[in-house]
Design a protein around this ligand. Structure first.
Ligand code: EZ4
Ligand code: CO
Length: 402
């Protein structure tokens, strides 16, 4: 089964997506997600110019060999552009293998370890009252786990606070917008938000929160301590993710469970975090880690140290990435939770998929392969539109992690 064609499809059904479609001489084709929010065309160019020529004529069944060839063969390994490109190739090859053998990919990964995949949804509001109401709407839809993010008095455009839709889309068309930030103001509201949420909904729902890399380790430690009685499922990206050593300090101060890793690309980015058990959940998804092959290396390493997964699943990960994540989630022993931000109807129409939501769980379905397709005619109706994530500044104008 030789690869005869590999095509990069860029489309924008409400937001930009980069998809790789690989076709074999048997007529089987598979798809992978190569979207890197705000840097989409870098990955598209990397694929078109440097990867596609290497794929033509290769054995589509040799997934691990192709992963090693592209990872080590580049010499310039790791990094988000390289690894997003590799992720797309790898997902497409697993999709092909599943279709060729007539089984869903989770059967190739050892079969299901659970009946369905626990997911969390995203509630947000302009203030505590609105956010509490938004959490109630998610619970009414059947969610058992909800991430809560609230606006902060005195700050405009806070991360995680959208327009009250089921999806939250931070990327904006055109050049980057700028937001203003104060960690001190933020810390004034977050403990109170979770106190009110527990008072309103009790302890029989999982609550999560994303700090989005904005606190110093000692600020994060303060927040983690204040949140202990609210018993969060996790506090995510409490402090900038590239400082693995910061988590030693944070971990020694709080029993609030910690999650990090959506911006990581390999096990090397989280080896200290995992081996020293400084985190509870690793968030690096197949779309960032070099596909299913790459994320299995991270998940396997994490399993050894009792760290569970909680893959990133925001709207900038296409339904193709979500389908791939769900195949892994269902199969691995150390699954924890899956982020699930619903896509728009336009996106779902371009990427028809088999996964379904019921009572707070997703199931990847039993279709052969990943269980997702791309409607190329529909995709062609939505050409790429330049878009960026916002840039963040402190109140005095200093650039701060967004
Ligand atoms: O900001 O995916 O947990 N989810 C997140 C996301 C990220 C976006 C960046 O593209 O942090 O909302
Ligand atoms: Co996050």
């Amino acid at each position: 089964m030789r690869i005869t064609e590999a095509e990069v499809i860029v489309c924008s059904p409400g937001r930009n997506f980069v998809t790789l479609k690989i076709t074999t001489d048997d007529g089987v084709s598979g798809i992978g997600d190569a979207t890197l929010n705000g840097r989409e065309l870098a990955v598209a160019g990397y694929l078109t110019e440097h990867i596609v020529p290497l794929l033509i004529g290769r054995d589509a069944a040799a997934i691990e060999d192709t992963w090693q060839y592209l990872y080590h063969g580049a010499y310039w390994r790791r990094g988000p552009v390289t690894m997003s490109a590799l992720s797309a190739v790898d997902m497409a090859l697993w999709d092909i293998k599943g279709k060729a053998l007539g089984v869903p990919v989770h059967q190739l990964l050892g079969g299901p370890s659970r009946e369905a995949v626990l997911v969390y949804g995203h509630a947000n509001g302009a203030d505590i009252e609105e956010t509490v109401a938004a959490v109630g709407r998610y619970l009414a839809m059947g969610y058992r786990a909800v991430r809560a993010q609230t606006g902060v008095p005195g700050l405009r455009g806070v991360y995680g606070v959208g327009r009250g839709e089921l999806y939250y889309e931070p990327a904006e068309k055109g050049l980057p917008s700028e937001e203003r930030w104060s960690t001190e103001k933020y810390l004034n509201v977050v403990p109170e938000l979770f106190r009110v949420l527990r008072e309103t909904y009790g302890h029989d729902v999982h609550l999560l929160h994303d700090g989005h890399h904005r606190m110093t380790p000692i600020q994060a430690a303060w927040l983690g301590q204040r949140l202990e009685d609210s018993r969060l499922f996790w506090l995510e990206d409490a402090t900038p993710a590239e400082h693995q050593q910061s988590f030693r300090q944070l971990r020694s101060h709080t029993t609030t469970p910690l999650a990090v890793g959506e911006i990581f690309n390999s096990v090397h980015d989280c080896s200290t975090l995992i081996a020293e058990q400084l985190i509870d959940y690793i968030r690096t998804p197949p779309a960032r880690a070099g596909g299913i092959t790459g994320v299995r290396k991270i998940a396997g390493f994490a399993e050894v140290y009792g760290v569970r997964t909680g893959f990133h699943g925001a709207t900038d990960l296409s339904p193709v990435a979500m389908a791939a994540a769900l195949q892994v989630d269902l199969a691995i022993p150390n699954f924890g939770i899956q982020e699930y931000m619903r896509h728009t109807a336009e996106t779902d129409a371009v990427f028809p998929h088999e996964y379904t939501f019921a009572e707070g769980f997703l199931h990847p379905g039993t279709a052969a392969g990943l269980g997702v397709e791309i409607d190329e005619e529909a995709a062609a109706r939505y050409p790429y539109e330049r878009a960026y994530l916002p840039v963040n500044r402190l109140e005095d104008g200093t650039v701060h992690p967004w």
